[in-house]
Design a protein around this ligand. Structure first.
Ligand code: MN
Ligand code: MN
Length: 301
């Protein structure tokens, strides 16, 4: 962790990059925090249903309705060292936005803190993952996101797993909930370098066995990225690219609970409020609590 003096400078630097919005329970300033929440209101490469740019605001609004105390974890989030630096200022350029996300997460990680990013579309994870080069990556997603380029853009949200592979290399990425893969992606010679655990495999074997199979392959440090469309549309309808036959919310919570102590970067993305019935917003907010609660609890899961 950097000295307080440096972190004061960094707090000023970050405040110049982000707006003033705050999730309930974010009662710490940057210097004294451990979890640093920020929003990335970016959805310019989304191909089907736009609107995830309003995700951060609507997740914060939903979070207002959650209790600060969680009886499962026996933690009070309002007492935990959580800060929210607001939404970072983005433009319509995906490459620049990805670089900005890299810059913001770099400051947070270098200060020994944990970035918790609310999207926005999945392309932005391509920036944060650059600060986790020695980590394994866990992804929740209906889609492989494994195109090398899409609509002429290497930073399209359909390419983020390929961008992560560029950074982490083979056998380091584990994507749960896959059920949409183009032929082009499936036949990519690099496809087998990522472990895709399909939603129907999770249904057949159970999430516990699926996790057991990969545990020996994981690094000590993990980055955990949730594309909300990995979860079944019945439970998470508010997404840009819904896909039937998904994971259950409790499958995702299971993975978070089992792995939280090793998760040093976290994001919740692709929530698209225009198509929500309210449930996706609440689930996205709750997943943030599940992550922080599982990491901070003294109880065993
Ligand atoms: Mn995705
Ligand atoms: Mn997806």
């Amino acid at each position: 962790m950097g000295s307080d003096g440096h972190q004061k400078d960094h707090a000023a630097e970050l405040s110049a990059l982000a707006s003033l919005k705050k999730i309930a329970d974010a009662n710490y300033d940057y210097e004294h925090s451990k979890y640093v929440i920020f929003g990335v209101p970016f959805d310019y490469t989304s191909s089907y249903r736009r609107g995830s740019s309003r995700g951060p605001t609507e997740v914060r609004r939903a979070y207002d309705n959650l209790e600060s105390y969680d009886v499962s974890y026996e933690v009070d989030f309002s007492e935990l060292p959580i800060c929210d630096i607001g939404d970072i200022y983005v433009n319509e350029d995906a490459s620049e936005t990805v670089d900005l996300v890299e810059q913001v997460t770099s400051i947070i990680v270098r200060d020994g803190k944990i970035p918790v990013m609310i999207g926005g579309e999945h392309s932005i994870t391509g920036g944060s993952i650059r600060n986790f080069r020695n980590s394994s990556m866990m992804i929740i997603d209906a889609h492989s996101d494994f195109r090398d380029s899409y609509m002429g853009n290497k930073h399209n949200h359909a390419c983020v797993t390929h961008r992560a592979l560029d950074v982490l290399g083979e056998d380091r990425i584990f994507s749960f909930g896959t059920r949409s893969t183009s032929r082009e992606e499936f036949e990519d010679p690099d496809y087998s370098k990522v472990k895709f655990i399909r939603a129907e495999t999770v249904k057949e074997k159970g999430i516990g066995r699926c996790l057991e199979d990969i545990i020996p392959k994981l690094e000590d440090s993990l980055y955990f990225s949730i594309d909300m469309d990995g979860i079944d549309p019945s439970q998470a309808p508010g997404v840009g690219t819904p896909e039937p036959y998904g994971l259950m919310d409790k499958d995702v919570r299971f993975l978070i609970r089992k792995l939280a102590k090793r998760i040093n970067g976290f994001d919740v993305l692709e929530f698209t409020p225009d198509f929500d019935n309210g449930n996706t917003a609440m689930l996205a907010a709750k997943l943030i609590q599940d992550y922080i609660g599982s990491r901070e609890t003294k109880k065993a899961f």
